[in-house]
Design a protein. Sequence first.
Length: 558
Amino acid sequence: MTVDNSKQDSHRVAVSGDVEVSTYLEIAEERRGEQPQAEPEERFGAEREAVVIVDFGSQYSWLIARRVRECRVYCEIVPHDAPWENVAPLEPKGFILSGGPGSVYEPERPQAPAYVYEQRLPVLGICYGMQLIAHQLGGKVARGTKHEYGLAVLHQNSVDTPLFAGLPSEMPVWMSHGDRIEEMPPGFTSLAYTDNSPIAAMGNEQGVIGLQFHPEVAHTPQGKNILQNFLYNICGCSGTWTPGSFVAESIERIREQVGEGKVICALSGGVDSAVVATLMHRAVGDQLTCIFVDTGLLRREEGERINNTFQKNMRMNFIHVDASDRFLEKLKGVIDPEEKRHIIGEEFVKVFEEEAAKIGRVDFLAQGTLYPDVIESALSGSRVAATIKTHHNVGGLPSVMKLSLVEPLRYLFKDEVREVGLELGLPEEMVYRQPFPGPGLAIRIIGEVTRERLEIVRGADWIVMSEIKNAGLYRQLWQSFAVLTPVQSVGVMGDSRTYGYMVALRAVTSEDAMTADWARLPYELLARISNRIVNEVPEVNRVVYDISSKPPSTIEWE
Ligand code: XMP
């Protein structure tokens, strides 16, 4: 045990019998009225409320954070060994202890830090988190002889539990655990059971709750309601985290950080850089200069769209560099995909540096780092189970420029960035753009990149994109695009023999690009796309559809 029990006993309220609903609600009511003691680091809406998710190496920690944010409550994930000084500025209204691999009895297994219990705040332990609560507060966890994995039916013990308010007395939940609670800690009462887990949910009067199942996964259909009940009914949150509150707060914070300084920002056409640039512009106006490096590897009309949005509509200090000749020159004769990436990345940095140097003194670089990357790097050191993430990034910006970073999106998930983009008035087309790789069309041309081949793939891509949009499928697909293969084949057009290129059509569904499945597009749509490509792009006489998933294939062909 890492927790000093003598300290805990002084503030734990020992109860026997059922948890009293009124006590929960009174505590929640009290907490709503509490005023913050110190000025916290301002990361969220004007009426600050946050919960802290303590990570024990679960693959689902980020999903817990997603669900909490969906309930409009700000949250951050911290490693299990985060010191209180790092957590205190958030002024948490509660803690959530994530799941994690292994058993609380294994040596070296992470424990919850003492402050989780000492702050007298509500705590929700999920799976391993629940077992920790039992283990650390004086209960008994039995090593499971068999693993319980999959769907189970949860039966509530009482109809009055605020955690299950408004929910049916029986509901399906997703289990994935080995160990189970044999004896609850003093003061706890069982809230629900399943066939295999006599104590599937437990709680005490102080709002310390354990759940053996995973409320954060989609397989627990009412899981979000359970989390929301914890946040609203037990922690006393009211859901103040909105895109509007984020924008207002961010603008203040950016102004504080930047002062009179000058900022540069690279625009790529993607939603992250677009939102960063717009937020920065709202905050510091002409102190910001945006640089758009046109590599010549973009899709049709993409450059014009960026110019229109940022230069014409927003009237930013905007530098559009047409560097397509330089990139094409460097890519001459190159067929290896990794070499293409390397060349494009290096050239991008050079062009960017040259342009930035022309501006004169610059103090800050604004970047669109998102929360998943922050979680990844913050947790990787303390993680018991490291997440494997392949990342081939090009267009990374120069580290030699010695600029301070401004990262206004570093606590946002991708879909929150989209909401903020809409709040800022960015066009839907930009906000919901499918991901597009940094090396652009260069990795969608198998073999050497030439001006002629770029035009061919651009023409095919344009048709794919417009047909997918017309069919109303654009947002449902993770990505949909054309790949120009080096294969040439014989065809017939009218009475003539042709010898043209083969284009591959790729459309995938995915959650995060780590895995993907090929999209079951309707035959009629495939037929229309194929027909249009062979008719409108003269160099192409054959279209194939890629029906491979990732793994073993990847999304891009290179
Ligand atoms: P793969 O092809 O590895 O792609 O399944 C996964 C996701 O990453 C994108 N991708 C890239 N993005 N630079 C990027 O910025 C790259 O070099 C790169 N390669 C692939 C790809 O479009 C997909 O969304």
